[in-house]
Design a protein. Structure first.
Length: 351
């Protein structure tokens, strides 16, 4: 015989946590299917996803209409008792929280007393459901498809229960849906009508064309199994990214940057009056116009030519000056030689 706590004992522990007195925990069960309209003894058990109560997994049985002393029993699909209790006092529109063993089909049965006649029963499919949706952007200016990160519906058997994921905007308008899903699905794409502005969207699991409900401890009631996110066509951000791009700034910004050698941007050079009407984006005036490379080279050539002419003149002057200066010296030498020759001739004649 095992000493491991049974499911029934765990269920009773939940009851001892404060759920024995149905009149104290009476609540309106507002989810798909609605509350039973009956005022006679009855129990309602609706399909739902596993929720959370007191930090533990839970499923909710209710509304319950019962009399003091009657007996309520919850069993799984194999017939094993998951929870049971004697109704402590008359109950109207009451509910109890039961911890499920796993996803699957469960049955709640109301008896006249423990071991007595059956008064009413109801079955419910309890699912393990998950959906996750992240914020998304598009660089195209419009968004026509939304991706759901995860959509899962487990039924505890073959996980072959079909479900849809429906996408709606903040006003509840349907934008698109993914259909005939089973089990666990990742990156589920939903084709949508065109979204041209930042929009908050919600993805919800639907079973049998109804939103699947789960008990939410924070809300204190049933809510749809859903997740919300923001989608954005990102038109403004796309433009901003280009403005911040260095290549874009260089292309679209100043046209006369230094790697052009500070040249004029006009295709035909300066006009006769100093203004260039064909200049693109830059106004060139005669007083501020910078010389083109052709003009600069021409000026340099003229300067060099003038410099060479000046040097040639100087050289010619120097040559003429030197030539003029050398002639008198040559004449004196010739005269001395002639005089010496005449003297020698006279000396020989005397002898």
């Amino acid at each position: 015989m095992t000493t491991k706590p049974t499911t029934l004992e765990k269920g009773r522990a939940v009851v001892l946590a404060g759920l024995m007195v149905l009149s104290v925990i009476a609540m309106s069960v507002a989810f798909a299917g609605g509350a039973a309209a009956a005022t006679e003894d009855s129990v309602t058990f609706n399909d739902q996803a596993i929720g959370v109560y007191n930090g533990s997994d839970t499923m909710v049985v209710g509304p319950i209409y019962a009399q003091e002393g009657q007996y309520l029993e919850v069993t799984d699909e194999s017939g094993e008792v998951v929870d049971e209790m004697v109704i402590p006092e008359d109950a109207t529109d009451a509910a109890i929280f039961v911890t499920p063993d796993e996803p699957g089909e469960y049955t709640a049965t109301l008896y006249s007393e423990e071991g007595g006649d059956e008064i009413d029963d109801d079955d419910a499919m309890i699912y393990d459901a998950t959906i996750e949706l992240s914020d998304q952007k598009s660089a195209k200016g419009t968004l026509e498809q939304v991706t759901v990160d995860t959509a899962s519906l487990l039924d505890g058997d073959d996980d072959d229960t079909e479900f849809d994921v429906v996408l709606t905007d903040s006003d509840g308008n349907e934008l698109g849906r993914a259909t005939e899903l089973t089990g666990t699905n990742e990156d589920v794409t939903i084709d949508t009508s065109k979204i041209t502005a930042q929009t908050e969207v919600t993805a919800t699991i639907f079973v049998d064309d109804e939103p699947l409900q789960t008990y939410d401890e924070d809300a204190g009631n049933f809510v749809s199994v859903s997740d919300s996110a923001t989608v954005d066509p990102d038109m403004k951000n796309k433009h901003d990214d280009k403005e911040d791009d260095t290549k874009h700034d260089k292309k679209k910004g100043d046209k006369d940057y230094t790697e052009k050698g500070e040249k004029d941007k006009s295709a035909g050079g300066d006009s006769a009056n100093g203004d260039d009407s064909t200049d693109s984006g830059v106004s060139n005036d005669a007083s501020t116009d910078q010389d083109t490379s052709a003009e600069t080279n021409q000026d340099q050539n003229v300067d060099q030519s003038n410099d060479q002419d000046a040097e040639n003149d100087q050289d010619q002057d120097a040559s003429q000056s030197n030539s003029g200066d050398s002639m008198p010296g040559f004449g004196v030498g010739v005269a001395l030689v002639a005089l010496l020759g005449a003297a020698m001739l006279a000396f020989r004649q005397q002898n």
